[in-house]
Design a protein around this ligand. Structure first.
Ligand code: 1HN
Length: 347
């Protein structure tokens, strides 16, 4: 036996001796723990709405919203199967509420966002107020807020759910309870939160008790209008086109404490410069069409397609028509912890 083999044999014996004490040597695992750059198990992937919609409608025939509590098909990252994750830290699912259905009232530690894909006029209730949702609306369910959904229209309603489930799970901080009634009592008129907090005004003595924006529906009509007005004068960002973040009007921070949300316009023919950031990002095509290269792969997308870019993968978009992308990521958390990084590809 060489000196090296002897040393290795002695080490292996040592590892075996300390194993019952629930100890393990750092030097055997260190390079996998402290990587020079993010090394995600998540993969780039796209879900074409036209391909997944039939399965969602089939689920509609197999189980009611009430039986399921929430009738959702989880979008699982191919590199993270079995973990109910679309990125390492975030969850995504497609939720269907059929005409006449109610998704019963509950609350939990996880924050949720809804991004409406199909249908018009079904509601979600938060804080005693119902908001009637339209395609492209970004709707917030703050953590620990009672919420129920109902569809009193004649057509199916479909939205993308984004939740911070894996993040909360990582921290072992999950609590949840049912209200015990299908619906929370309605105590405020529709539009109340928008009027109080979303019109550039705040009640004079308003003190926020939450880290989440008190505006819980950011209607697409308003966001789209902003992008359309800005395109006339704005300088386009080489990496993002025209990209805006949804904001909490109380403090100017992101609208939600654990998920950053964005909307961006890419004009027809625009090609973004290669970009990467440490926040894995979920994108939804709201309008138009184009394609995105993520690392080694390229996806063509159209209306309601959903695609995911893992952390630190090179990203470049190309719009074949005027296109609007909604996106969400854990950037808000990474920024707060001093971890967020980007590479705009210009150095
Ligand atoms: C939830 O409460 C909703 O309220 C959707 O619509 C998806 C996934 C896991 C846990 C709670 C909803 C969810 C969820």
């Amino acid at each position: 036996m060489t000196q090296e083999q002897k040393a290795e044999t002695a080490r292996e014996a040592f590892y075996a001796r300390i194993d019952p004490q629930h100890m393990t040597p750092l030097w055997s695992v260190m390079s996998g723990l402290i990587t020079p750059k993010p090394r995600s198990r998540a993969e780039a992937h796209i879900w074409h709405y036209g391909d997944v919609r039939p399965a969602l409608m089939e689920a509609g025939e197999l189980i009611t919203a009430k039986e399921a509590e929430r009738r959702v098909l989880i979008l699982e990252n191919p590199g993270l199967r079995g973990h109910s994750k679309i990125t390492t830290s975030l969850y995504a699912g497609l939720q269907l509420v059929l005409p006449g259905e109610v998704a019963p009232c509950h609350r939990h530690s996880q924050s949720a966002l809804r991004f409406v894909l199909e249908g018009s006029g079904a509601h979600t209730a938060v804080g005693g107020e119902r908001t009637h949702m339209q395609p492209g609306d970004f709707v917030i369910t703050p953590n620990w807020a009672w919420h129920d959904h109902g569809n009193e229209t004649g057509a199916p309603m479909v939205w993308l759910d984004g939740l911070d489930i894996p993040l909360v799970q990582f921290l072992d901080a999950s609590f949840a309870e049912m209200l015990g009634a299908d619906e929370q009592p309605v105590s405020r008129p529709a539009g109340d939160a928008m009027a109080r907090y979303g019109d550039g005004l705040l009640p004079v003595d308003f003190q926020s008790t939450s880290r989440t924006s008190p505006v819980f529906n950011y209607p697409y009509a308003r966001s789209r209008e902003a992008l359309e007005t800005m395109r006339r004068t704005d300088e386009w960002d080489a990496c993002h086109g025209l990209k805006m973040r949804y904001v909490n009007p109380v403090d100017g921070d992101y609208a939600m404490p654990t998920m950053a949300t964005f909307i961006q316009l890419l004009p027809k023919g625009f090609q973004t410069r290669g970009y990467r950031s440490s926040d894995a990002t979920v994108f939804v095509c709201v309008e138009g069409s184009g394609s995105t290269t993520i690392g080694e792969v390229s996806f063509a997308w159209g209306k309601n397609d959903i695609f995911v870019a893992p952390s630190w993968h090179h990203l470049a978009h190309q719009a074949s028509e005027d296109a609007v992308l909604f996106s969400y990521s854990d950037r808000v958390v990474q920024e707060k912890l001093g971890l967020w990084r980007e590479d705009r590809g210009n150095n």
